[in-house]
Design a protein around this ligand. Sequence first.
Ligand code: GLU
Length: 377
Amino acid sequence: MGRRSTIALLGLALSAVLVVGCGADSGNGAAVTSLAPPRASTTVVPSVPGAPPRVTILATGGTIAGKANAEPGVGYKAGQASVQDLISAVPGLDKIATLQAESIANIGSQDMNEEIWLTLARRINQLFADNATDGVVITHGTDTIEETSFFLDNVVATDKPVVLVGAVRPANALSADGPANLRAAVSIAAAPAARGRGAMVVLNDTIHSAREVTKTHTSSMQTFASPNTGPAGYVSGDSIRFVTTPQSHTRPRFPVPDGSSLPRVDIVYSHAGMRPDQVDDAVRHGAKGIVLAGVGDGNTAKAVLDALAKANDDRVVVRSTRVGSGEVVRNAEVNDDELGFATSADLNPAKARVLLQLLLTVGITDPVRVQQEMNAR
Ligand code: GLU
């Protein structure tokens, strides 16, 4: 079967899957998760020396698959277009790589959850274990792409590229950025130079490492930044240029946890006049870990620190910062040694939460070990 017909057939199958997902409101505000049925295997395109690289696109929704709405007062809905629509909007995409495509979900990424993370991780690990692909692209909403990419960076055991891509403008908007971003993502996933770099995020011609990337603007095209290190590289037409050294290939990955959820870790957000209620609430609801999105160097009000110290007796507390860049320094303003806290190093609260969830799944709760992992990953 020719490449085009393979893609067309996959597209038909995927449209059928997506019809199920789009039946419910998957736009902003509605918590709808439409998981495709688990797939035991995919069409395996064998690796042939000299043949184009094979790239698998896993779609999860987001604005890149969003459509502007004609209704007054409603801007657009994320997660409306099928993965086949996204591929069709990029002329010549199938010249860059032999494409396979699957829909994992079709949601706005404000509804991203652990079940989808685990489904993605298992699927990607299987694709690589079967040598069914040379690189993976995940289409995703921009709101939580930094968390999904960091989760995958920690559980996908491969040297091959895993590239997450989104868009700021919906698929049918004037100057939609999705098609160019998708082209860049497929090029990176197909590029040998992109190996050994763990998961990456690409938008607006800029490549970021999953560990470093964060969304910095609500609506600008130039929203993603890596505040502590700068970007990993740039894309310009057919040129991909990395400006950092690959490091991630030596880092051990976590096993993908069993089941469909991860241990509960809550983030409490510090502010002037803060009371300990958020900490009490986390404890009452069974959080196994608490991440403080602290002011400044991961600090908070005395009463909140006292509540965290008490909570720390039978759960893990990690101090991070709401500032957006910089490292939370141990024992500077808060006596972490005495209170038994870890700090997030330079991980932001959302990423420190993901890492703490993974640490808890492998039974790491000792603050010294937690600190080592926060520093190292
Ligand atoms: N809230 C939506 C999402 O994260 C839209 C943001 C976007 O994709 O740019 O999916």
